[in-house]
Ligand binder design. Structure first.
Ligand code: NAD
Length: 304
């Protein structure tokens, strides 16, 4: 196992898979910091654009990306895609990996599944750190993400030069603990959005001014990231462009449901919230913005 911090400073070679809303700005920061990047995404136009912008190399295959990399980072929608990229039939990353290579999965995945995957990967000789992030695409671009890293402590520390380019890293404990932490954070994040939306819709229908409501909530005890950030930036102006798909949030809530079920812990609010987001996804589509939950809840208000 490689736990030598000096192995992972620039110009170490990073293979980056998944250049979406989050992966693109995260990988761009790594390239700008001097890491040598080889990248892969199903969207070939995005790969071309990224390589033109940063000088990164487009991998011909996942195996080629594995061969080129000291560290492989995945930033994919969820765990099924991560498993396919790392171990899938035919072309995969693991086929190319050299001894001492480290895997970092920064996607938000089911902690229950990650427990299984991390064990399998360790048996193959490749430790995997689950290191999901919070902060969205704007904080990704500014290198201000909160990174929740689960895995062997020395290994997480050895990767800190890489993490520090993207944000602030917290060691959460053993394998899968980062994904568990992320599922619980997004339960709270989705929860405050749903609660604040109902409060705003109800107050507005009664006649309160929405902007006045947000200003008062943010000076009062009802405030949250949703009222301080999402309402002023994406909901009141009705731009709904936070860059985080509603379908991805609904997926994170299903992970929270699974986690509560696996731990036999109280799940009333988790279950209710998850089914609400599932219905919103069904009504508005996977790739509507997560802040459009507000629109979905508005649509439930009865006409007078
Ligand atoms: P996204 O849908 O914008 O990007 C995913 C990328 O992965 C796409 O470019 C897609 O083409 C690529 N991809 C999918 N399957 C692939 C495969 N098999 N091989 C190669 N490429 C593949 O999603 P995102 O918003 O960037 O989110 C990525 C992860 O980060 C998700 O787990 C999400 O829950 C999490 N996350 C997102 C945000 C946000 O604000 N967008 C914030 C924190 C965490």
């Amino acid at each position: 196992m490689n736990s030598d911090k000096s192995s992972f400073i620039p110009p170490a070679a990073i293979g980056f898979v998944g250049l979406g809303n989050m992966g693109y700005p995260m990988a761009r920061r790594l390239a700008e910091a001097g890491y040598v990047l080889t990248v892969f995404d199903l969207a070939s136009e995005t790969v071309t654009q990224f390589c033109q912008e940063t000088g990164a190399t487009a991998a011909d295959s996942l195996e080629a990306l594995g061969i080129a990399a000291d560290i492989v980072i995945t930033m994919l929608p969820e765990g099924k895609a991560v498993r396919k990229v790392l171990l899938g039939e035919g072309d995969n990353v693991v086929a190319g990996l050299k001894d001492g290579a480290v895997l970092i999965d920064m996607s938000s995945c089911s902690p229950v599944d990650t427990r299984v995957l991390s064990k399998e990967m360790l048996e193959l000789g490749f430790p995997i750190i689950d290191a999901p992030v919070s902060g969205g695409k704007y904080k990704a671009a500014d290198g201000q993400l909160a990174i929740m890293a689960g895995g062997e402590k020395d290994l997480v520390e050895s990767c800190s030069p890489v993490f520090e380019v993207m944000g602030k890293v917290f060691h959460t404990g053993g394998p899968a603990s980062g994904h568990a932490m992320k599922a619980m954070n997004n339960f709270l994040s989705a929860g405050t959005l749903a609660l604040a939306s109902e409060a705003m819709i109800t107050g507005s229908k009664f006649g309160l001014d929405p902007q006045v409501m947000v200003d008062i909530i943010n000076a009062s005890t009802g405030r949250s990231n949703s009222t301080e950030d999402k309402f002023p930036k994406f909901i009141l102006p009705r731009t709904f462009n936070s860059g985080f798909y509603l379908g991805l949030m609904a997926k994170d809530l299903r992970f929270a449901v699974d986690l509560a079920a696996s731990e036999n812990t109280p799940n009333n609010f988790i279950n209710l919230l998850s089914s609400t987001y599932d219905k919103a996804e069904e009504a508005l589509g996977f790739d509507s913005d997560n802040t459009e939950l507000f629109k979905y809840l508005e649509s439930l208000a009865e006409e007078d």
